[in-house]
Ligand binder design. Structure first.
Ligand code: NOS
Ligand code: ZN
Length: 344
């Protein structure tokens, strides 16, 4: 199929995105606008020139370098208004790609430089998502991130705050940041607290470090989903266990190649994991930093890995199944997906 036709077909396919960071998805034009409003100096004032500061363009050697692209946006997202607007626009961007449902994550401790409380920052993100939900009909919930370089006490504060929003627009908790520098086992106390609050847990693991982090995320931190999990194949026994337990992997193809979680597309294990029956889901990670859309992610799978439309539909189904939603909501999403008519 010609590339343009394939892209349009995939854009029309109803999709979900369970792994997308708010701060990595702010449109560059919005960043310029936020800087103007808040009188914050940016290195460049035009979108084209600003982009390389917010986006992976050329070489990126590892996750650490990838995470440097978040530095510019941090100071711009310190007010309820800026968080709300970015959340709203993330839903708009998902709507443009015919996304039915999304879980948008961010680290509330990163947005307190001007004195916001955790509750205020979480509330702002939820308000933006719910306004987006009302405007565009895309269902959207928040996941909050603990950060690997933060102390146990800062992360426990996030757990406590998250618990008070559970079921009110917040659906889970995550651990993000520099995986190579801070292994999963350092966070047992934080996630024991999360378990006591019955917060659903997903953890970034097997992206910038080996499979032991995936194992620890599940066994020691109570993760019921894994962010990325690219390096799972390095432990065949663990891979078999995760397949048997149907623990979903939130894979983000474009980001996974940029961070060198896999050395190249030839070496990317998503197709292999899918064929082996793992619950593979497809997500974006960061719309701006990775310069991607959910359509682009699926198109790459069709183009490079020969996924048929039926197989792409199965990947969306996996995403719905893995969502932090109740059965009724999942059924409603599945019904919407089934209305998609395959071209003959
Ligand atoms: O792929 C990733 N792996 C690990 N951490 C990430 C990734 N993308 C973003 N963040 C981190 O999560 C924070 C909250 O959204 C971001 O500020 C960034 O530091
Ligand atoms: Zn991520």
């Amino acid at each position: 199929m010609p590339e343009k036709k394939l892209m349009e077909l995939i854009r029309r396919l109803p999709k979900v995105d369970l792994h997308v960071h708010l701060d990595g998805s702010v449109r560059p034009g919005t960043a310029i606008e936020l800087a103007k409003q808040q009188r914050i100096e940016l290195p460049e004032k035009e979108i084209d020139k600003l982009l390389p500061h917010m986006q992976i363009a050329g070489e990126c050697n590892n996750l650490e370098e990838y995470l440097e692209k978040f530095q510019l946006i941090g100071p711009l997202l310190q007010t309820p208004e800026s968080l709300e607007l970015s959340a709203y626009e993330t839903v708009k961007q998902a709507y443009d790609q015919n996304c039915l449902y999304m879980e948008v994550r961010f680290g509330p401790q990163l947005h307190r430089q001007l004195g916001l409380s955790l509750d205020q920052s979480i509330n702002a993100a939820i308000t933006g998502l719910k306004k987006g939900e009302a405007a565009f009909g895309v269902k959207a919930n928040v996941i909050v991130c603990c950060l690997r370089h933060h102390s146990t006490s800062l992360n426990c504060e996030v757990v406590e705050a998250a618990a008070s929003f559970l079921g009110k627009g917040l659906v889970g908790i995550d651990l993000a940041g520099d995986e190579a520098g801070y292994p999963a086992k350092l966070f047992e106390d934080v996630f024991a607290l999360a378990a006591s609050k019955r917060l659903p847990v997903t953890i970034h693991a097997g992206e910038a470090a080996g499979p032991v982090n995936i194992k620890d995320a599940i066994e020691k931190l109570g993760a019921v989903r894994i962010g990325h999990g690219v390096r799972l194949r390095e432990d065949p026994d663990l891979l078999a266990a995760i397949a048997a337990e149907k623990i979903p992997l939130e894979m983000c193809p474009v980001s996974n190649i940029q961070t060198k979680a896999a050395a190249s597309w030839e070496d990317y294990p998503l197709r292999d994991y899918f064929d082996r029956g793992l619950s593979v889901t497809v997500n974006t990670d960061n719309l701006t930093v990775s310069n991607t859309t959910i359509t682009r992610e699926y198109a790459i799978l069709a183009d490079r890995f020969g996924f048929s439309v039926e197989e792409l539909v199965q990947l969306v189904r996996n995403g719905i199944e893995a969502a932090f939603l109740g059965e009724e909501d999942k059924q409603a999403l599945k019904r919407k997906l089934e209305t998609f008519v395959l071209p003959t």
